[in-house]
Design a protein around this ligand. Structure first.
Ligand SMILES: Cc1ncc(COP(=O)(O)O)c(C=O)c1O
Length: 368
């Protein structure tokens, strides 16, 4: 956030800053979604919806799982939320009693530890290794387990690494958490943004997990603040009460807009964008490797590359600062995502055109 503020300051002073620190698609909201929102708002009938979300949107999400991800998820297990953030918050609120422990990947999405601590929980970090695709190993989870462990949270594809967990390990995590009467939460916010392999959901093979998703990334709707949480049926009522008290209901215009997100026209636009992201990933990956950065585990999803910067800096926070000040390329230092090998890594987002990526690579080359 400090870097972002500095980047914006430089921009206000007239510098041409390349924003590789931002975690949101550069594309505008697709036209079918904008049109649906406009048509709805014109009616003026913008009232509260049920706390769990509009029934027709929950049905549409359920149909999306069935048609595109081969997963049977009944609408009564789907909770519409204010982004994946709202879904994570509800999941943590529902599962955490003071003193409970959550196992979280390091590096990982930085807000998760704050959510857990806000509800009196404790975080135990799992330092995830590049050789394990930056996803927790089963032995690591077993070794970290304590009498207070309540839940394991992973993200696949992951932020900041763009790496995916394989089915075998996922099955192992489901088995471990089930045996120990704990919960597995899988953040699938980048689920549609996968390159060179089909998009999947853990819900195609397991029902007893909690799954977070969002309209922010694949659907290109960050600012609409809409996402969802899939829960085992026995948790729905509990989650409904939390949602009612915490925020009454998710945004009504955003829910009406999101109904158009699953139309075939819209999905065709999203597929084109996904392909562009794949090309950008290839360009940035090859370019960074050409500049001596090591990418220790190939990113297969999301829109980030987690690059090892040891060849040119002993502290990636300082490197990030210098790249911003001297080259006007904004990146995110590893320190934002945890502590494990953080100073050796930078996260770079490819949420920009290939031409802009080339420009960024040229500037980094000069800086090095
Ligand atoms: C892994 C992960 N989870 C959750 C979120 C929250 O996203 P939103 O609330 O916009 O859906 C993000 C945002 O960058 C993320 O990277």
């Amino acid at each position: 956030m400090e870097l972002l503020a500095r980047a914006q300051q430089l921009q206000a002073e007239g510098c041409d800053v390349i924003h590789m620190e931002v975690g949101e698609p550069d594309f505008p909201t697709p036209e079918p979604v904008v049109e649906a929102a406009q048509a709805f708002i014109k009616t003026g009938r913008v009232h509260y919806t049920p706390a769990l979300g509009m029934p027709e949107l929950r049905e549409a999400i359920s149909a999306f799982y069935a048609e595109h991800l081969d997963a049977k998820v009944s609408a009564d297990r789907i909770v519409v939320t204010a982004g994946a953030s709202g879904a994570l918050l509800l999941a943590v609120a529902a599962l955490t009693d003071p003193g409970n422990e959550w196992l979280l990947s390091d590096p990982g999405y930085p807000c998760n530890r704050q959510f857990v601590q806000a509800f009196g929980g404790r975080v135990k970090s799992l330092p995830v290794k590049a050789q394990a695709a930056y996803q927790p190993d089963l032995s690591q989870v077993e070794d970290a387990w304590s009498a207070d462990t309540k839940a394991v949270l992973i993200a696949s594809p992951s932020n900041p690494t763009g790496t995916l967990i394989d089915d075998e390990r996922l099955d192992g995590l489901v088995a471990i958490t089930r045996q120990r009467r704990a919960c597995l939460v899988v953040d699938e916010i980048y689920q549609g943004l996968v390159y060179g392999r089909p998009a999947k959901s853990v819900l195609a093979r397991h029902d007893e997990v909690l799954v977070v998703n969002s309209f922010s990334k694949y659907f290109g709707m960050t600012g609409w603040r809409l996402g969802w949480l899939v829960v085992p049926t026995m948790l729905t009522r509990h989650i409904e009460k939390l949602a009612q008290h915490l925020y009454i209901a998710p945004s009504t215009p955003a829910q009406h807009a999101a109904l158009a997100a699953f139309s075939s026209d819209n999905l065709a636009i999203l597929e084109q964008r996904r392909q562009l992201f794949g090309l950008r990933r290839d360009k940035l990956l090859a370019g960074l490797q050409g500049l001596g950065f090591r990418i220790d585990s190939k990113p297969e999803g999301a829109f980030y590359i987690y690059a090892n910067s040891e060849h040119c800096a002993s502290d990636s926070t300082e490197l990030s600062r210098r790249l911003l000040e001297h080259s006007h390329v904004a990146t995110t230092p590893g320190r934002d995502f945890g502590e494990y090998l953080a100073q050796q890594h930078l996260r770079l987002a490819y949420t920009m055109s290939e031409a802009r990526i080339e420009e960024a690579l040229d500037r980094i080359r000069l800086a090095l």
